[in-house]
Design a protein around this ligand. Structure first.
Ligand code: ADP
Ligand code: MG
Length: 316
């Protein structure tokens, strides 16, 4: 099915599917199972992060859908299967390797050469150089560029044909903090203009800062897929303190929303399995004759979630 229709407030919002991956597997050299039964959907307008430690199969997955790595089994489909992979990839901008241009040509000349090869009007060069903030340096030779500038030029180049989706593999690797900041700003700018983005990263804060959606991979397996907000909101926890924490704990143990309770520095940390508002909890306890001295609701950071997810899946 090409589109999913969702009815919100009587308006139909069409979620255009950019990429569908179904039960994808990749085995290198007969025994390295780099991607395990991966299924996912990429919808137009979102910024997706594939998050996972080194070796979790991120680059392999991107390589397969970009047709530079052969899959072992499973399927993927671009744009709802309306076109052949070869044609579909003309609507995809991707940077999966270190940026490489002609060193003795300027930034502008390099991009104009890409335009010639891909039959794109030269007017796009200026437009894309502005997005990546390289207009001032457009007449400098590529060889004089810092790694951050090279990466930005690569992004400009990938954007020349106004792709439907931009794919980036570890876009800030090797950059200094300022370079990292610039790239993240540019990614957010491109996303705000409506381009769908799929980026792979082993950095939690990168995904948290620039992505709307996250797919967590570990050893080729997907552990979580959903919104970044959903992941951070999913299992909030309370910090509670009462005069009698033992009584408090015994009352809480029977509450249907409570997953587990631990103690830290005289406070009970109450982890939730379903959402529970502070007011609701407070009222519940008050009815059981418990008056709280301290109540704070906290959310796990994505980092805590990520560590929890990866620690809980060490089955092989
Ligand atoms: P990531 O991008 O998440 O770091 P990769 O997709 O590069 O992960 O690698 C996933 C697994 O596949 C790793 O165990 C890696 O060693 C292995 N791998 C990647 N490329 C090859 C290859 N060309 N030949 C053999 N094994 C590979
Ligand atoms: Mg990689």
């Amino acid at each position: 099915m090409l589109n999913r229709h969702i009815l919100i407030n009587r308006k139909t919002i069409i979620l255009e599917t950019i990429l569908t991956i179904t039960n994808l597997n990749k085995v290198y050299n007969k025994y390295v199972h780099a991607v395990k039964n991966l299924s996912l959907e990429i919808h137009k307008g979102n910024v997706y992060g594939i998050l996972g430690p080194n070796g979790s199969g991120k680059s392999t997955t991107l390589g397969i859908v970009l047709n530079v790595v052969n899959k072992t089994s499973g399927d993927y489909q671009w744009f709802g299967g309306t076109m052949q992979t070869h044609d579909a990839l003309k609507k995809v901008g991707a940077i999966i390797e270190r940026p490489n241009f002609y060193p003795y040509m300027t930034a502008k000349e390099n991009l104009e050469l890409v335009c010639k090869i891909k039959n794109i009007p030269f007017t796009k060069v200026q437009e894309k150089l502005e997005i990546v903030r390289l207009t001032e340096r457009m007449n400098s030779k590529f060889s004089t560029f810092s790694l951050g500038m090279k990466q930005r030029l690569a992004i400009a180049s990938a954007l020349l044909n106004d792709p439907e989706i931009l794919i980036l593999d570890e876009p800030t690797n090797g950059l200094d903090p300022q370079g990292i900041h610039q790239i993240r700003d540019i990614i957010r700018l491109i996303a705000s203009q409506g381009t769908t983005i799929l980026l792979a990263s082993h950095l939690l804060d990168e995904v948290e800062k620039v992505c709307s959606h996250v797919l967590v991979l570990r050893k080729g397996e997907m552990l979580y897929s959903g919104t970044v907000d959903g992941m951070t909101n999913k299992q909030g926890f309370f910090e509670l303190k009462a005069k009698d924490n033992i009584q408090l704990e015994s009352v809480l143990e029977n509450h249907p929303s409570v997953e587990k309770i631990t103690e830290d520095d005289g406070k009970l940390l109450v982890y939730l399995k379903s959402d529970l508002a502070s007011e609701e909890l407070n009222q519940f306890l008050f009815q059981k004759n418990i008056v709280l001295q301290h109540l704070v609701k906290r959310k796990h950071s994505l980092e805590a979630q990520f560590l929890e997810l990866t620690n809980n899946h060490q089955s092989n």
